[in-house]
Design a protein around this ligand. Structure first.
Ligand code: NBP
Length: 479
């Protein structure tokens, strides 16, 4: 017998609970399930009047409550918990049913689960969901993978509960088969790491070089948020910087321990980039910056290390410097996104996903943590040239960077001279200069490799592979 719920959610912690409410508020009947029954009861008790919920206790009751083909969303802790839940529910499902994993799974796990469930006739849709608890409730950016067939059944529901971009377009698209959705969510989070680190470096420069207070820097971020940097992260940065700690009366940012963690998706973005041979140096520096911050012992043992004498700028100089920092931040952000989109393109190529990069940029315009006005531009650039090799090939972005580069260089040089760490700004600039360099020292590297390991090299003037007899008469032989 088939139930009446159009969708079910199992795993009713903060994300699952809000996602279930979002479906219900949009008119769907939602079956509810959680390992610990109290969470299911609490949801119905507090929010039961928001829509039609079917609270269930056992896995059997949950599955029975769903209309067929069944659509069952898993929102549990990523990893073993997801496998445990799949193991519990899959035997109760039938041909054509759909399991949607909305957790932050590693895309390789998603590929494995999709393969295993496909063999049993069950669709598995690994789905990236971004926007935190607020997004889950009011409209997240949704990045589903899985089969075309599963998207046909699920897509209209996801479109309804997703965020909408300013032009009204739903922030969801069928990203591609098997693990494509989770891969794109992973890269989204890697870009998020870079975005946050770049903002952090801008803050540090305004504090240490311009000599501004957190409240004044908050005002600068508010102004920036009315221009080309307009984004959720810039907006909340202003909020955090203007917050005063109730207990001490000090700026909130001065009473928070300056140690961050790096885990999950940010780290995976860099690990996978290394596997794919994609240079994501800005994202990597952001992950490493969190790692450095977390090494308290190393930092404590390094306090005696010498640095340059502190020098704070005068009022006029400081204002001009703040404008330069805006240019550096914008240029570095273009590089971070360039690197992230390169990784998605490389993943798509490697796994045969055929991901539409413009569509990815488009669904990040609303709901997700990196939502920004700037993503309209990226969407447009990829729509105009879907096969564009890197964002910097877009004339508009290239011109903006050209206009920003003098200030960008001045900011990085100032940071270096004054001893303010800006690893992501510097890495982004080095990446930009590497791309535009006519010759890179990789030619010398090839010579060294051929010298010590006979690794051979190719020449600029003719085809073939060569080795020089370094230990002999240094003649060149074709190999
Ligand atoms: P958590 O990641 O904290 O997971 C808690 C849920 O997992 C509870 O419902 C818990 O059931 C269930 N669970 C666990 Br833990 N082990 C289980 C098992 N062996 N069998 C069955 N259920 C199990 O919840 P969350 O913060 O709501 O996140 C859910 C997913 O969404 C995660 O994968 C997360 O990475 C992802 N995500 C989170 C955010 C965010 O902003 N928080 C954003 C985007 C994606 P219990 O109640 O019985 O303990």
């Amino acid at each position: 017998m088939s139930g009446t719920a159009q969708i079910g959610v199992t795993g009713l912690a903060v994300m699952g609970r809000n996602l279930a409410r979002n479906f219900a508020r949009n008119g769907y009947t939602v079956a509810l399930h959680n390992r610990t029954a109290a969470r299911t009861r609490e949801l119905v008790e507090h929010f039961g009047d928001e829509g039609d919920f079917v609270a269930t206790g056992s896995a059997e009751d949950f599955v029975a409550a769903l209309e067929r083909p069944r659509r069952l969303v898993i929102m549990v802790k990523a990893g073993e918990a997801t496998d445990a839940v799949i193991g519990e529910f899959a035997p109760l499902l039938e041909n054509g049913d759909v399991i949607i994993d909305g957790g932050n799974a590693h895309f390789e796990d998603t590929r494995r689960r999709e393969r295993e469930l496909r063999e049993r006739g069950i669709h598995f849709v690994g789905t990236g969901i971004s926007g935190g608890e607020e997004g889950a409730l009011d409209g997240p950016s949704i990045m589903p993978g899985g089969s075309e067939e599963s998207y046909a059944s699920l897509g209209p529901m996801l479109e309804k509960i997703s965020a909408k971009a300013k032009d009204g377009a739903p922030c969801v698209t069928h990203v591609g088969p098997d693990g494509a959705g989770h891969f794109v969510k992973m890269t989204h989070n890697g870009i998020e790491y870079a975005d946050m680190q770049l903002i952090g470096e801008a803050y540090q420069l305004l504090r240490d070089v311009a000599g501004y207070s957190p409240a004044r820097i908050a005002d600068i971020f508010r102004t920036w948020n009315t221009g080309r940097l307009e984004s959720y992260l810039i907006e909340i940065t202003a909020e955090v910087l203007s917050h005063v700690d109730g207990a001490t009366g000090k700026p909130f940012v001065d009473v928070v321990l300056d140690r961050a963690e790096q885990k999950g998706t940010g780290r995976w973005t860099v690990q996978i980039a290394l596997d794919l041979g994609v240079p994501v140096s800005g994202i990597a520096e952001a992950v490493f910056a969190r790692s450095v911050s977390g090494h308290a012992d190393l930092r404590d043992a390094s306090r005696h290390l010498a640095g340059p004498a502190a020098r704070t700028l005068g009022e006029d100089e400081a204002a001009a410097f703040a404008d330069r920092v805006e240019q550096a931040l914008y240029a570095s952000k273009i590089v971070a996104y360039t690197q992230g989109f390169h990784e998605i393109a490389a993943g798509s190529e490697q796994y045969g996903w055929n991901i539409d990069l413009g569509a990815v940029a488009s669904i990040w315009r609303g709901g997700c943590i990196i939502r920004a006005a700037f993503l309209d531009r990226i969407t447009g650039a990829y729509e105009a040239r879907p096969r564009m090799v890197g964002l910097l090939a877009d004339r508009g972005f290239a011109e903006e960077i050209a206009a920003a580069q003098d200030d960008w260089r001045t900011v990085v040089a100032t940071a270096v001279t004054q001893g303010v760490p800006t690893p992501a700004f510097a890495a982004a600039l080095a990446y930009y200069d590497s791309l535009r360099a006519e010759r890179l020292p990789a030619a010398l590297t090839q010579g060294q490799r051929d010298y010590f390991g006979a690794h051979t090299y190719r020449r600029t003037d003719r085809d073939g592979t060569f080795h020089t007899l370094w230990g002999g008469d240094r003649t060149e032989v074709e190999s």
